[in-house]
Design a protein around this ligand. Structure first.
Ligand SMILES: C[S@@+](CC[C@H](N)C(=O)[O-])C[C@H]1O[C@@H](n2cnc3c(N)ncnc32)[C@H](O)[C@@H]1O
Length: 234
């Protein structure tokens, strides 16, 4: 998504205590950043304008939340959204953090000791051009990094409007050692109560585009060894 340059974005973010300017410095110690360090961590990759993250964090207060995006112009909108929704709910955003990071190097930001139990990827760029698929946030290149910090039992929750990206991603998950445990090719038909619509989801829903979604869990170690054995012996 193209967004106009906002000269105020970086200074406004830098002055906000819930914004983390040097995320790699907290690798392995994210718990210390939150009001309650005992809560497990949920991470949204490509959080954009932050509506999903803020609503999720307010609805499920038993977790800490980290939103990652590469663009300050997006993150400053996320900051204002979080402030507004938390103020409306009469809460302090002590269970939420946002940071600017290129997700293609996310393993430098998170470690297994951060106790991430769920990763959300919502409406990532489909990267259609030949040779660019490796930049997709669900490409095995990125999923192998996610597996570096996501323990067995951890899950990736993925949503998209894009059919080719979705079908490719189902293969990517299997290839990267995840098992798809739930999927829908029309999420809004009998929409689950847990679903929180993102900004892009609302846009595509208004255009009548069916939303595709899946949940993929890290495959247990013994099943993963068996899958690798089968691959090697084909
Ligand atoms: C299409 S928007 C979707 C935003 C939001 N998740 C939603 O569903 O409304 C994709 C977001 O991912 C971010 N993004 C794309 N590639 C990224 C990368 N390599 N690292 C960090 N953020 C990235 C973009 O800046 C943008 O905010």
């Amino acid at each position: 998504m193209r967004m106009r340059h906002k000269p105020y974005a970086r200074p406004e973010l830098a002055a906000w205590p819930r914004y983390v300017p040097q995320p790699d410095d907290l690798r392995g110690q994210w718990a210390s950043f939150f009001d309650d360090p005992t809560k497990p961590l949920r991470v949204e990759l490509g959080c954009g304008k932050g509506g999903f993250l803020a609503q999720l964090a307010l609805r499920n207060t038993g977790y800490n939340y980290l939103g990652v995006d590469i663009k300050s112009e997006m993150l400053v909108v996320a900051k204002r959204t979080i402030e507004r929704l938390y103020a409306n709910a009469g809460q302090q955003p002590g269970n939420i953090a946002i940071t600017s990071r290129n997700i293609e190097q996310i393993e430098q930001t998170l470690a297994t000791t951060d106790r991430v139990h769920r990763v959300y990827i919502n409406f990532c760029n489909p990267w259609y051009k030949t040779g660019y698929a490796k930049h997709r946030l669900t490409h095995p290149r990125q999923l192998f990094q996610v597996r570096q910090f996501l323990p067995e039992g951890g899950e990736v929750w993925f949503k998209t409007d894009d059919t080719p990206l979705f079908e490719d991603s189902l293969r990517y998950f299997a290839h990267a050692g995840f098992e798809v445990t739930w999927l829908s090719r029309d999420l809004h038909r009998g929409e689950p109560a847990w679903n929180i619509r993102t900004e892009h989801e609302n846009m595509f829903a208004a255009e009548g585009v069916p939303i595709k979604a899946c949940i993929a869990g890290v495959r247990p170690a013994q099943l993963e060894r068996a899958a690798i054995f089968r691959l090697k012996n084909i």
